[in-house]
Design a protein around this ligand. Structure first.
Ligand code: 9WN
Length: 423
């Protein structure tokens, strides 16, 4: 790409970020998602930092200002009233001073803060802002292992598909059968007013999403009870790998800031997690698989959640196999990395997390593969991502076979990732 083409794409990406900027936080896209989302914000901060470092720190600080007393960082903060999204605060009823949801999302904050810190042009600002965030992120990590790994196995479970960030992945289909739909209060979806219903989760899946929310609400959002009381407890390799990477990064950051206790605690979490991840490896699939904690069985579903562990410091042979899996997928899909293997009959090229390509996931996988020395596979992912942007704009996700833009448009974290890919 020529320098002027690069500059033009970056300028267009910055426009998207500015358009969705609400001052102290950024919405994922106008209309479809009018609030602050957890992992969107942390990854968006990386894009913001290219033109305004102070604003980038603020993005993450705003999220952490709504951390729960027990350490959890909610997946949505409902800063303002808006009836364009379902389920809103009146469904969650978490009783927080500013309304939030009651579940969490992938823990990318530790990674994002370390990256902001390492790259900072303004080192004084970075020290000050990172030092204040450090204990808060550490408290979130502690919360994860205390409440979502009650037996101390080294791996945490999600208790709602929304926590994974990969809402309707094929990974959850079987475990989701255990979630009833009786007693779900009547509701009207809003997502299907903003995006094509064929690209979104089904009605039945929504019933189950809402049943879980009502169930947890009935337990007073008490995290000491929710894990064991949930009929849905899944150990997602991608989710765990993000947490492991974040813990390792937070350990390095703590070391640099002179906090040896936080450094040691997070180093230990990352090491234990990495060792436990081996239980999720599948030689047959050449990737990691989810584990259903209720049945104790692995879930035979080749989703991108099992490739995402490239983001953590997994053993060399595993990284090598994941790079080969990406190359294999590239032979079956025009754009990588599809959120599900196109060779699986359940693959659906346009339906959300059941096939489409997402640039945030691409960013994390390529970052990890490059760090492990798999530059060809990493470059292939970056190239696909940039081709998609050039051909289809800043979409929420893309059809891996045709490149068609899907879901919401003018999407914040997609724009942020493009700036990252081009920097
Ligand atoms: C539920 C905001 C979020 C992302 C998730 C993505 C989607 C929400 C929804 O949008 O989920 O959290 O209502 O569909 O799946 O990863 O954080 O962009």
């Amino acid at each position: 790409m020529t320098a002027s083409a690069t500059n033009d794409i970056i300028a267009r990406a910055v426009e998207v970020l500015k358009e969705n900027d609400q001052g102290a936080y950024t919405v994922p896209t106008k209309g479809l998602y009018p609030f602050q989302w957890n992992w969107d914000s942390c990854l968006t901060a990386l894009g913001l930092a290219h033109y305004d470092e102070a604003r980038a720190w603020t993005e993450i600080e705003t999220l952490f200002a709504h951390q729960w007393p027990d350490g959890m960082v909610p997946h949505i903060v409902f800063h303002v009233w808006n009836d364009g999204y379902f389920p809103g605060p009146e469904v969650w009823r978490t009783g927080r001073p500013t309304a939030t949801s009651g579940i969490t999302q992938p823990a990318v904050a530790g990674f994002a803060v370390r990256r902001l810190f390492d790259r900072a042009r303004d080192k004084t600002l970075a020290r000050e802002r990172a030092s204040a965030l450090l204990p808060k992120i550490d408290a979130w990590h502690r919360w994860f292992y205390e409440t979502r790994d009650p037996k101390g196995e080294g791996l945490v479970a999600i208790i709602h598909p929304w926590e994974s960030g990969r809402d309707n992945s094929i990974d959850w289909d079987d475990a989701f059968e255990r979630v009833p739909t009786e007693g779900v209060e009547p509701y009207i979806r809003r997502d299907t007013l903003h995006a094509d219903p064929a690209h979104r989760p089904t009605r039945e899946q929504y019933d189950r999403y809402i049943w879980l929310v009502q169930h947890f609400r009935g337990l007073g959002w008490d995290n000491a009870r929710l894990h064991d009381a949930s009929p849905f407890q899944v150990v997602d390799p991608g989710f765990n790998a993000i947490l492991i990477r974040a813990a390792a990064d937070l350990a390095d950051l703590a070391q640099a800031l002179g906090d040896t206790a936080i450094a040691a605690a997070n180093r230990a979490r990352a090491e234990k997690g990495l060792a436990a991840m081996e239980r999720l490896w599948s030689d047959a699939q050449g990737q990691y698989l989810c584990l259903d904690r209720i049945t104790g069985k692995r879930i035979d579903s080749a989703s991108v959640g099992g490739i995402l562990p490239a983001f953590a410091a997994i053993p060399t042979a595993r990284a090598q196999a994941l790079a080969a899996t990406v190359e294999r997928l590239a032979a079956n899909a025009r754009y990588v990395v599809p959120s599900h293997d196109p060779g699986d009959p359940r693959f659906d090229a346009k339906r959300y997390w059941r096939g489409p390509v997402w640039l945030v996931v691409n960013y994390m996988i390529s970052d990890g593969l490059a760090a492990a020395g798999h530059n060809d596979a990493a470059r292939r992912i970056t190239q696909s991502s940039l081709d998609l942007i050039r051909e289809s704009g800043f979409a929420e996700y893309y059809d891996p076979l045709t490149g068609e833009p899907l879901g919401g448009g003018r999407f914040t974290w997609t724009a942020a990732m493009v700036i990252e890919f081009l920097r």
